[in-house]
Design a protein around this ligand. Structure first.
Ligand SMILES: [Zn+2]
Length: 240
């Protein structure tokens, strides 16, 4: 490892929030009301089964509203505050635990659970309340057009331009609590590596695309991440 990095990029995933008590819900044949998650949380469901889609995200919003950041979220915030280089966070998580831990420079590529959007006028606003088909848009007043501001299956991710820039500049890329199964996050490590970054995975199990990682550290993220950020800080302080 280098003594100091100028642009550190973390990619965080479900494993980060799992230790705050939030169950993972994407993929792996997850079910809701007997339907596959891929069918409920799809773009087509906005037309075909909006009530079920809204119910699903209402439940998720309630669950996430009650969750608290864990030691891994807090360790990232401390790193951002004390590290001499830039530290950015790309997250696949819909919860706002990085924000609650007072982290900054966060990019939610799949959106965030407390934001909703009007499909008609594109206004985005924040709420922790349930939304229903007859919830009106506060800007244009229309009903039947309000949806979670979340990337549904078959929709492009958010912040693509900023992510490309981050991966171009990164000299250290860390995938933390993510198995690397879901594109495009699964290819972020390849991009970072091609651009010359050192790559590290912190995960409970070996990531699927482990061959792209220079270092793989297995274990609970609440333990491996604080240890890793402490090491980064120690190396940086030796440099000065
Ligand atoms: Zn509107």
């Amino acid at each position: 490892m280098a003594k100091i990095y100028h642009h550190i990029v973390f990619l965080t995933g479900a494993g980060f929030s799992a230790e705050s008590g939030l169950a993972t819900f994407r993929g792996n044949g997850g079910l809701w009301n007997g339907c596959k998650i891929e069918d409920i949380a799809s773009h087509a469901a906005l037309d075909d089964n909006r009530d079920n889609l809204l119910d699903f995200y209402n439940r998720l919003r309630r669950e996430m509203a009650g969750a608290n950041p864990n030691t891994a979220h807090i360790a990232l915030t401390e790193l951002q505050k004390s590290y001499p280089g830039e530290v950015s966070i790309i997250t696949q998580n819909l919860d706002t635990l990085h924000e609650r831990a007072q982290s900054g420079d966060i990019f939610h590529i799949h959106g965030q659970i407390n934001q909703v959007r009007c499909q008609d006028c594109d206004t985005v606003w924040e709420t922790w309340e349930d939304i229903a088909a007859d919830t009106p848009c506060p800007a244009c007043g229309r009903t039947g057009v309000v949806r979670p501001n979340i990337v549904l299956f078959n929709e492009p991710v958010f912040c693509e331009r900023q992510i490309k820039q981050l991966l171009r500049n990164a000299d250290l890329f860390i995938a933390a609590g993510t198995s690397g199964e879901i594109p495009p996050a699964s290819v972020f490590v390849q991009e970072a590596k091609l651009n010359g970054a050192e790559t590290v995975a912190l995960n409970l199990t070996p990531p699927q695309n482990y061959r792209y990682f220079d270092t793989v550290i297995l274990g609970k993220i609440s333990q491996t991440l604080p240890a890793f950020t402490a090491k980064l800080r120690t190396l940086a302080s030796e440099k000065r």
